[in-house]
Design a protein. Structure first.
Length: 280
């Protein structure tokens, strides 16, 4: 009998890696952690279904994350929740990001001046992530839990950031991002959104008129870093009925002033006039 040839070289790893060099197991673990963070509490089966990962695999990931303190488990309710180590990691981010720290006092002042909920957000791909908020005392109000995400094209802070982007960055956004519809007022074409961004540049503040949530509006302005590039945004949001024609301009002026204060206090500089030109 002919001897079988033994395979040469190193055995293949049990972990599959994509062409981009990412590890599938770590991708899955971070996906589970992100899903837990996006919910207050969640059952195992709900997480597995939402992520399209087998329940047994999801459970192994969760128990590993629990071992390191990144998630916790409520025995009574049989639900998973975010853990203390995830909080510590987030707190480190907040500590090093001076815009977030400096923005808190401006948020409180902006809420008092406008009577509406004031928000602070930072860009993350096609989204903005809310990292700070001071709620109004009005019984009907907007609320975005820290860490929640909204698509840029349907957000006051997001549109303010888009309007402040250099042309090449804005071109990349339109190439890479889709523009899903959330309400009848959502701007879902490049032409419509570019026209709105041109208005934002001219005014110095953006206006989300029920484009993400029915009956809710938002006015935002961009915050700039030391290179004059948008690194975040500040806004006020509330029921559309309180954002009438007589108050919008006044609110917009206050929001733009608060954004300018944060920019200067954090060592940033406003964009040079003419730096951001609308794309035809």
């Amino acid at each position: 009998m002919q001897n079988q040839r033994r395979p040469r070289g190193r055995p293949k790893s049990q972990f599959k890696e994509s062409s981009a060099g990412t590890m599938q197991s770590l991708d899955r673990a971070l996906g589970v952690l992100t899903a837990v963070a996006a919910r207050d509490r969640s059952a195992l089966t709900d997480l597995a279904a939402a992520l399209d990962i087998p329940t047994a695999t999801t459970h192994r990931i969760l128990t590993t994350l629990q071992k390191h303190g990144y998630v916790g488990f409520d025995e009574d309710r049989q639900e998973w929740m975010i853990g203390i180590e995830a909080y510590r990691a987030g707190a480190t981010f907040l500590k090093r990001n001076s815009v977030i720290e400096i923005g808190q006092t401006r948020l409180r002042k902006l809420m008092r001046d406008t009577g509406e909920t004031a928000n602070l957000a930072v860009p993350d791909g096609p989204n903005v992530v809310f990292v700070g908020q001071v709620e109004t005392e009005n019984p009907i109000r907007a609320f975005f839990p820290p860490g929640s995400r909204t698509r840029m094209h349907a957000s006051g802070t997001g549109k303010a950031i888009l309007a402040a982007m250099p042309d090449d960055a804005l071109d990349k956004f339109f190439r890479d991002a889709d523009l899903p519809r959330h309400t009848d007022r959502t701007l879902v074409t490049r032409t419509a959104l570019e026209a709105d961004l041109a208005d934002t540049r001219a005014r110095g503040w953006s206006h989300d008129h029920a484009e993400r949530y029915e009956g809710m509006s938002c006015i935002g302005a961009a915050i700039f870093n030391e290179r004059g590039l948008p690194c975040g945004g500040i806004s006020v949001s509330g029921p559309s009925g309180r954002f009438d024609a007589g108050s919008i301009a006044s609110i917009g002026t206050r929001v733009a002033a608060a954004a300018a204060e944060i920019t200067l206090a954090s060592g940033g500089r406003p964009a040079t006039p003419g730096q951001n030109q609308s794309i035809g």
